[in-house]
Design a protein around this ligand. Structure first.
Ligand code: SF4
Ligand code: SF4
Length: 156
């Protein structure tokens, strides 16, 4: 029998659009997967990620090094919002925002469930220490050599 006194967490009771700014921010697990270079397969339309990271991503912390002024350096960086999350088909399947949009809920490794930010690393979801920067490539198109279809997994 369900205990009516146990309150369900906000990510189970609110839509993305209904969340407060703080709740919205807390959904990001800091995995860094949305900051990877991607390709689109011309025939299938499938979006294929690589392990090459945006020039502004710090590969050790998975944080954007110029978040506030990033548009100055990366004009096509898109801010995720409740309004556009359903349209951004390239968002990583493991991303909490995408998972909630798709009705999957949060995975067991998500810090809001585990209570531990490092559970993202232990689950192999975080890109910490697993990327190379696009600044290291000779030509931008060389990123395809680092294709990482395994990142299409939604993380369970
Ligand atoms: S993929 Fe989603 S959860 Fe991961 S860093 Fe990007 S916005 Fe945050
Ligand atoms: S500019 Fe910053 S937030 Fe945007 S993709 Fe690059 S590292 Fe990520």
């Amino acid at each position: 029998m369900v205990n009516p006194l146990v309150e369900r967490p906000f990510w189970e009771t609110k839509t993305l659009a209904e969340m407060s700014a703080a709740e919205w921010e807390s959904l990001c697990d800091g995995c860094g997967r949305c900051c990877l270079i991607r390709f689109e397969d011309e025939d299938t339309g499938e979006v294929i990620p690589t392990r090459v990271a945006c020039r502004l991503l710090d590969g050790d912390t998975c944080q954007c090094t110029r978040y506030r002024h990033r548009k100055r350096y990366v004009p096509d960086c898109i801010k995720l919002t409740p309004q556009n999350v359903g349209e951004l088909k390239w968002m990583p399947p493991s991303c909490a925002y995408r998972r909630i949009w798709e009705g999957k809920g949060l995975a067991a490794w998500h810090p809001l469930i585990s209570g531990d930010p490092d559970s993202v690393v232990r689950a192999g979801i975080s890109m910490r220490g697993q990327t190379i920067s696009e600044r290291e490539l000779e030509r931008p198109e060389d990123a395809i050599d680092y294709e990482a279809s395994d990142l299409l997994d939604d993380g369970g």
